[in-house]
Design a protein around this ligand. Structure first.
Ligand code: ADP
Ligand code: MG
Length: 262
């Protein structure tokens, strides 16, 4: 889809951290994390609550800055980027949150269109008049996530699973190169969780996007990601292709693991 942008030519590394450290008081949320994610990878970051998953992810679009270490995303030094440079990076990174972060009183279509705010000129405040081409594009994304018939409904009237589909369409509307999903299905019932994970992975794979998705359920990571990075107390304790994971080790780290994992 989108071509490679400035700063990423000649490299397939999308995310790279070296010695990334971040503490909150005495808590080492991230303790010297080295991680490399290549273009097109779909990586699950797995770990129990409080293991540092969200903090790690927040470094990747500059929502958090490290106390020490390097963070490079799409060729940009995120640890030091500020102002326009940081904004430009954020436009290349789609984000999907556990709580959807949609505007409930707006229509589904309007929420998807907000993903293109970085692409429209016009008043910074006030009503944006969306060009027809963007509205068409937003409708196409809604079609991809199976919600074309909901475009003109109030977003708040949708189920949790449907709202997360809207959030995915909004992220796609950014034409991102990297998608960060922080526990995208943790608020959903198991059936909706499965269909939203399925959708997220399918559309991102279709578009060749790189995905880093935090999850706290082992079975979700095993089923939908190609590579699992396991965190515990802010440290990477495993990093392996999903197909090569040792289930007894996983069980030791994270408790119950389903029998049929591959
Ligand atoms: P996870 O997403 O795996 O549940 P987090 O990254 O949210 O883990 O948190 C890791 C640790 O850092 C936890 O102990 C958490 O309480 C702490 N933490 C995270 N963010 C903050 C913050 N803004 N202020 C204080 N402590 C924080
Ligand atoms: Mg979290």
């Amino acid at each position: 889809m989108t071509g490679r942008s400035e700063g990423t030519e000649g490299t397939d590394v999308v995310v790279s951290t070296r010695g990334l450290a971040k503490s909150f008081g005495d808590v080492h949320a991230c303790a010297r994390i080295d991680l490399t994610v290549n273009r097109g990878e779909i990586v699950g970051v797995l770990g129990p609550s409080g293991s540092g998953k969200s903090t790690l992810l927040r470094h990747f679009n500059g929502l958090t800055r490290p106390d020490a270490g390097e963070v490079r995303v799409l060729g940009v030094d995120v640890a030091t980027a500020r102002g326009r440079r940081l904004l430009a990076l954020r436009r290349r990174v789609g984000v999907v949150f556990q709580q959807f972060n949609l505007v409930g009183r707006l229509t589904v279509l309007e929420n998807v269109l907000t993903g293109a705010l970085g692409r429209v000129r016009g008043p910074r405040y006030g009503i944006v008049t969306w060009p027809r081409s963007l509205r068409q594009e937003a409708l196409e994304h809604l079609d991809r996530v199976g919600l074309a018939d909901r475009a003109y409904q109030r977003t708040a009237s949708l189920s949790g699973g449907q709202q997360q589909r809207v959030a995915i369409a909004r992220a796609l509307m950014q034409r991102p190169e990297l998608v960060l999903a922080d526990e995208p299905v943790a608020s959903l019932d198991p059936e909706s969780a499965a269909s939203v994970m399925d959708l997220l992975v399918r559309v991102c794979r279709e578009d060749g996007l790189t995905v880093v998705c935090t999850l706290h359920q082992v079975e979700l990571a095993l089923r939908w990601t190609r590579r699992v990075v396991g965190l515990r107390d802010g440290t990477v304790v495993l990093d392996a292709p999903t197909s090569a994971l040792d289930t007894s080790r996983l069980r030791g780290l994270y408790g119950t693991v389903p029998e049929s994992v591959h």
